[in-house]
Design a protein around this ligand. Structure first.
Ligand SMILES: [Fe+2]
Length: 254
């Protein structure tokens, strides 16, 4: 059985459509999503409607949770100043551009999903097993922390999103996978990233797939709907960008 795993679409219609087309060509049997359907991009309702209408099993992301329950903070790691300002504008705009019907749908998303596919057990969660919405499980997360995240977990694979960086780590008898981000990658190119997991009789293999899409169109839409230019910059770079006088790349706008 072949499953496609997608994450962090962030209201990017062009990227999502390109990935759905590719998943079709891969002939995947099923799609799972590890959250953050919305935020930062110009097409939030389109993404929610597709996920709902295609019955794609999806866990709650931190941004989905913030909009669903009317929070003023998405739990994103912004630095003080302009970063926080842009983050706040994005959350307000997204919330104002999603109808109550779609917010009701977001409220129904579970925090975790567990499946058994051909004798491989998989747990899907946006953040981590101990902090479902907010913890970043990164390529540099310590082995000690990964061990804590595997305690009392019976699944073989733990899939998380949230970092916008694809990842595969094998430790303490578990496999941690992150499919990367469809709509707001931080891997240094303006592409949509997702993952295919192939499973047969208790054995699995995985592949990360990077798809070209019309990101210029997304950028134009971000600007034309009145979202901050900085949000378009992140899409164009496929990464965070330099702020002010600092010359180190910040990790924000996740
Ligand atoms: Fe995200």
């Amino acid at each position: 059985m072949k499953i496609a795993v997608i994450s962090d679409i962030h209201s990017n219609r062009e990227a999502f459509d390109a990935v759905l087309k590719d998943i079709e060509s891969e002939k995947a049997d099923k799609i799972f999503c590890v959250g953050d359907l919305i935020g930062y991009g110009p097409d939030p309702e389109y993404i929610i409607s597709k996920i709902r209408d295609m019955n794609i099993p999806t866990v709650m992301g931190n941004y989905d949770n913030a909009v669903a329950f009317g929070m003023t903070d998405c739990g994103c790691s912004y630095n003080p100043g302009r970063e926080t300002e842009v983050g706040n504008i994005s959350l307000k705009w997204t919330s104002e551009n999603i109808s109550d019907e779609y917010k009701s749908f977001l409220k129904t998303l579970p925090y975790t999903i567990s499946v058994n596919i051909e004798n491989v057990k998989i747990l899907f969660v946006h953040g981590s097993t101990l902090d479902n919405l907010f913890e970043y499980v990164r390529p540099e997360t310590s082995p000690e922390r990964l061990k804590e995240l595997t305690e009392n977990i019976s699944e073989d694979i733990i899939v998380n999103g949230h970092t916008h960086i694809s990842m595969a780590r094998h430790t303490h008898g578990k496999t941690f996978l992150n499919p990367g981000s469809i709509g707001r990658t931080k891997e240094g190119f303006p592409k949509a990233v997702y993952m295919i997991i192939d499973i047969k009789d208790g054995v699995f293999s995985y592949e990360f797939i990077k798809i070209d899409y019309d990101y210029r169109k997304t950028i134009e839409k971000i600007v034309s709907v009145g979202l901050p230019n900085e949000l378009a910059t992140v899409i164009a770079l496929g990464n965070t960008y330099k702020m002010g006088k600092t010359d180190t790349l910040k990790t924000f706008f996740i």
